[in-house]
Design a protein. Structure first.
Length: 462
């Protein structure tokens, strides 16, 4: 826990931990301190960013899964009260990825821990999400010749945008809602019997289709986890880093996390033992994985009435980049839809903002900075219309719900190099729609409304 010796704003901000945790999020708590908060973080009970802590240590898995973050909240509040002589008047949480999962776990298990939570790109459907990692690894390596090179991914992205970029009314290299794009990778198939750097062979077409579709149970046909979009697939921090990686098994970021989870946590194989991803069965093995670990790892409960009952002023803002190559953005939309169906008053405490063109927690070709991950994503200002944390504070403390937040894309994602463009982020299911006149790089020339042909709505527009 870091606490300002002067200028404390009277509040506590907890920073979550991404990946397998295993270290303190000093950047997050440093950012909290710079804004006057007392800040806190935890390594969740182990050291190191791999799953090697897990074999034969179920208590450590429990700490990582849910207990460590709750204990950190409780102990942090005790320390703050002892240091200042009074409790924090409000407690907030902000994080992304596994940190987003931690946020939803806190909401579902310990609804009184926080008054407001920023839930970024949550890995809350953990067991199925990580099965998706294995699905992708199998798609790329179980059949010879299936791996897709970076140059081919650039061609996939270019072909996707050529087909779909203009669907949102603006040709800018960003798909406002990639679900509207009906791209089929066979459209860039190599001529029969040939290969090349910007076309796909039949095994590669099949691999990309599988990654786009996501895993299904082979016996029931039920979707296990959604697939990934292709309109930013060629970005260096997108599919090349997360999904495809170098042309050897286990080398992508998804493979690192997926193989670690199933090898160390599910099957408890001690390091340096290796788990065989290629034989994973999406029926029986998936069922075994859920039986063993979903109670510890998954935070998928959609009935949030305990949160609203015990924390009447509690608010949740979830956000996710549409082009996330790590955690399918479609899964966040699915969870949001479940929350809306289970909670008739969801608009009063839960809002979702989807971010066009953004990758995992940040980056990507679209406007991607709105204060979402302290201190990396510098907003245009700390005002609620630009900064998502300030927007959450205003909702919790003043009762003013956020309707839109203006995100910024800096030149080369470096604030000192200037602003490339701005764009409003809208409360889902609304999206930013160009008014038809003015500079398309200026957020002022867009309005938030539900697209007329949107078939993905989960609640009435008002």
């Amino acid at each position: 826990v870091w606490m300002p010796t002067s200028g404390w704003n009277g509040k506590f901000l907890s920073a979550g931990e991404g990946g397998y945790a295993g270290s303190i999020n000093y950047g997050g708590i440093g950012g909290a301190l710079s804004r006057g908060y007392a800040g806190g973080s935890t390594d969740t009970g182990h050291v190191g960013g791999t799953a090697d802590f897990a074999p034969e240590h179920p208590e450590k898995v429990t700490d990582f899964g849910w207990r460590g973050k709750h204990l950190q909240a409780a102990r942090s509040k005790d320390i703050i009260r002892a240091f200042y002589g009074s409790p924090a008047k409000h407690s907030y949480f902000s994080s992304c990825s596994n940190g987003g999962r931690q946020a939803l776990m806190e909401i579902q298990r310990f609804p009184e821990d926080y008054d407001g939570l920023l839930v970024g790109a949550p890995a809350n459907n953990w067991t199925h999400h990580f099965a998706g990692f294995i699905w992708n690894e199998q798609a790329l390596f179980n059949t010879p010749g299936s791996h897709v090179s970076n140059s081919k991914l650039a061609a996939v992205q270019a072909a996707t945008l050529a087909k779909c970029d203009a669907l949102d009314g603006v040709t800018d290299g960003v798909a406002e809602d990639p679900r509207r794009c009906k791209f089929d990778p066979v459209s860039i198939a190599c001529p029969a019997g040939t290969d090349g750097p910007s076309c796909l062979t039949p095994p590669q077409v099949s691999a990309v289709r599988k990654i786009m579709a996501g895993p299904r149970n082979p016996r029931t046909g039920r979707q296990i986890y959604p697939g990934y979009f292709t309109s930013a697939a060629g970005e260096a921090a997108s599919w090349p880093a997360w999904i495809t990686g170098p042309a050897v098994p286990g080398a992508s970021i998804q493979a690192f996390f997926g193989n670690g989870f199933f090898g160390r946590i599910v099957h408890e194989i001690p390091a340096p033992g290796v788990w065989d991803f290629s034989s994973f069965d999406f029926d029986g093995d998936m069922a075994f994985t859920d039986r063993k670990t979903e109670g510890t790892m998954n935070a998928t409960e959609a009935d949030l009435s305990r949160f609203t009952h015990r924390n009447r002023h509690g608010k949740i803002i979830m956000w996710h980049g549409w082009e996330d190559p790590a955690i399918s953005s479609a899964d966040a939309v699915d969870y949001y839809g479940q929350v809306v169906r289970e909670n008739h008053d969801s608009k009063d405490f839960f809002r979702l903002f989807m971010v066009p063109g953004m990758l995992h927690c940040g980056g990507g070709p679209g406007p991607n900075a709105f204060g979402q991950s302290l201190p990396q994503a510098q907003p245009l200002s700390n005002a609620p219309q630009h900064d998502i944390l300030s927007a959450l504070e205003r909702w919790v403390e003043d009762g003013v719900a956020p309707e839109r937040i203006v995100a910024v894309k800096y030149v080369n994602d470096v604030p000192a190099q200037g602003i490339a463009r701005t764009r409003p982020l809208c409360v889902y299911p609304k999206a930013a729609v160009y008014k038809g006149r003015g500079n398309t790089n200026d957020a002022a020339n867009f309005e938030c409304r539900k697209p007329k042909d949107d078939k993905h709505d989960h609640q009435d527009d008002d």
